[in-house]
Design a protein around this ligand. Structure first.
Ligand SMILES: Nc1ncnc2c1ncn2[C@@H]1O[C@H](COP(=O)(O)OP(=O)(O)OP(=O)(O)O)[C@@H](O)[C@H]1O
Ligand SMILES: [Mg+2]
Length: 437
């Protein structure tokens, strides 16, 4: 519409001044032509005649276009309070909030838009708000902070991981060697890629060994829980997932550790939004490297409930190695104890004895035991004011106060290993439990 058409519209309105749709047409077009005062005049006439909230929205648009963002927001807040929750209103409100630098509120409103209209996509708002989620308004450039939030350069290596020799070997063969000798692999036409999935009871070192893998190859470590991808970020989960992979690709060499892989199978509110299938497909495409070059990206996944996992994940080139991470054996427990007590004031500890008394205890349980022992020591120190080092006895006392947390997991896992183990996937669990097939 150009200015000459405006004249015809005005002419027509002279003959039927009561025609509200016609006046809306005029007002909306005046607005797009930046003839703000005239547009405002028309919207106000509509409001006098009909109280139509679309005219109020029109006024807010005028203020926005003129750069009067706070006036725009006052109008919009009233509108929303009166019950208007449509996309147009909320998106304009989001935009005006961004202009006023009220990012926290803008994110909140935009999330509502996405909730009410799952299919809604807006590149501009996505990119402006996405990187800021989880941060306060004062934060500067969001992108770097997202990067640094998920990315780290670990100082632990395999030598810090007690025991777990076969896990280290698998990781070495399957993902470290291909990284270090990419040309050799190419020469034999062997495709590098694919990932390793770690599973087992909580607290037994899945995250720790993944981190140590990154330290081992001196690469960056990008760790993210799938639930983070589902919950935290604005925009669709598929897109978030893609961006995590992209972040890893841009920072290669990189160990990409994805925790809570089982969340893909669970029913979550987000699953309704983007339908779980889509997200799973997206994940597989990222793994397959269809969406980008995965060279230099080592993918490790972890789950406590592998039986919830979609079988498509296990195909060659994807998570084609599935490794059971059992509770630490005696030797490993001893190593963990040494590692954890290194920096604590302690006497000559009989590590072997403490390790012996902690069968079925996970690494996290050992953390807890040390914590309990230290608390007891602190209490005693408050009495006489003298801090004393930890002793073997303190640790053994603490063991009595803390039950191992892995048993519950095995109660469930055992059933899957016995009754849903056609492919032998869970044989390791049976071996650990000393059950014969
Ligand atoms: N083999 C090990 N050597 C040294 N430390 C270990 C070992 N295994 C576990 N730990 C320690 O135990 C703690 C718990 O391990 P971690 O967080 O890796 O468990 P997880 O398997 O990822 O558990 P969850 O399933 O709850 O995520 C860590 O603090 C880690 O330092
Ligand atoms: Mg973990």
């Amino acid at each position: 519409m150009d200015n000459s058409n405006i004249e015809s519209l005005k002419e027509a309105l002279k003959y039927s001044p009561e025609n509200i749709p016609l006046r809306f047409l005029l007002a909306d077009n005046l607005l797009t032509l930046n003839r703000f005062d005239e547009a405002e005049h028309e919207y106000r006439i509509i409001l006098q005649a009909s109280n139509d909230t679309r005219a109020t929205l029109g006024l807010a648009r005028i203020y926005y276009a003129k750069g009067s963002y706070s006036a725009c927001n006052v109008i919009l807040e009233e509108l929303i309070e009166s019950g208007r929750h449509d996309v147009d209103t909320l998106v304009l409100y989001t935009r005006a909030l961004i202009k006023e630098n009220a990012m926290g509120k803008a994110i909140e409103v935009y999330q509502k838009v996405l909730q009410l209209n799952p299919g809604y996509a807006n590149e501009e708002l996505d990119s402006q708000l996405r990187s800021r989620v989880g941060y306060t308004e004062q934060d500067g450039d969001g992108d770097d902070e997202v990067d640094s939030r998920f990315l780290e350069k670990p100082s632990v290596t395999f030598s810090d991981v007690g025991g777990m020799e076969h896990v280290k070997k698998e990781i070495d063969l399957k993902i470290i060697k291909p990284l270090q000798h990419a040309d050799l692999y190419k020469a034999y036409g062997k495709k590098a890629g694919g990932g390793i999935l770690l599973y087992g009871p909580p607290g037994c070192g899945k995250t720790f060994i993944a981190k140590a893998t990154a330290g081992q190859v001196n690469s960056k470590f990008l760790s993210v829980g799938l639930n983070d991808i589902l919950d935290m970020w604005i925009g669709s989960s598929e897109k978030n997932l893609h961006e995590i992979f992209e972040l890893a690709r841009h920072n290669n060499p990189c160990v990409l550790f994805i925790d809570e892989i089982d969340a893909l199978g669970a029913s979550r509110s987000d699953m309704k939004q983007s339908s779980g299938r889509h997200l799973i497909n997206q994940f597989l495409q990222e793994l397959d490297g269809i969406e980008g070059n995965n060279e230099g990206v080592l993918v490790l996944g972890a789950t406590n409930t592998p039986w919830n996992l979609d079988p498509a994940f296990r195909r060659p080139g994807r998570f084609d190695r599935i490794i059971f991470i059992p509770p630490p054996d005696q030797e490993t427990r001893e190593a963990i104890l040494r590692l954890k007590l290194q920096s604590k004031p302690a006497e000559d500890i009989d590590y072997r004895q403490v390790a012996k008394k902690t069968e079925h205890y996970s690494g996290a349980d050992i953390d807890a035991i040390i914590d309990i022992a230290i608390e007891a020591k602190l209490e005693a120190a408050f009495v006489d004011g003298i801090p004393k080092p930890l002793s073997t006895k303190d640790l053994l006392e603490a063991v009595k106060k803390h039950k191992p947390s892995t048993q519950e997991w095995f109660a469930t896992a055992k059933n899957f290993a016995l009754f849903a183990n056609d492919t032998g996937l869970y044989d390791d669990i049976l071996t650990y439990l000393k059950i014969k097939k």
